[in-house]
Design a protein around this ligand. Structure first.
Ligand SMILES: [Zn+2]
Length: 89
């Protein structure tokens, strides 16, 4: 077995989900952010999931804090940074 870790190969095999930032092997989105047909889930669905996840990570935070943290995070994601809810946060 030979290893061919050229720079080009490393770049093409390192990817992250455009919606949540999770490392993925290929494509634009991870399995959590897409529906059964592979399409990106609606903003509200992703926002609710990320808010629930953030609330578990930071149980002391208020709902308002959680939502602001999630919107701040989504503002760094290519899939959501131009979304009206993110732009007007
Ligand atoms: Zn994702």
């Amino acid at each position: 077995m030979t290893y061919d870790l050229t720079e080009e190969k490393v770049m093409t095999t390192t990817s992250s989900c455009d919606s949540c930032g999770m490392p993925i092997e290929s494509g634009r989105y991870c399995g959590y952010c897409t529906d059964d047909s592979g399409a990106l889930q609606p903003f509200d669905d992703r926002f609710a999931r990320m808010a629930a996840w953030q609330a578990r990570r930071d149980p002391a935070a208020s709902q308002q804090d959680i939502e602001r943290q999630v919107l701040d995070y989504m503002a760094t994601m290519p899939a959501w940074r131009d979304h009206p809810r993110v732009l007007t946060r």
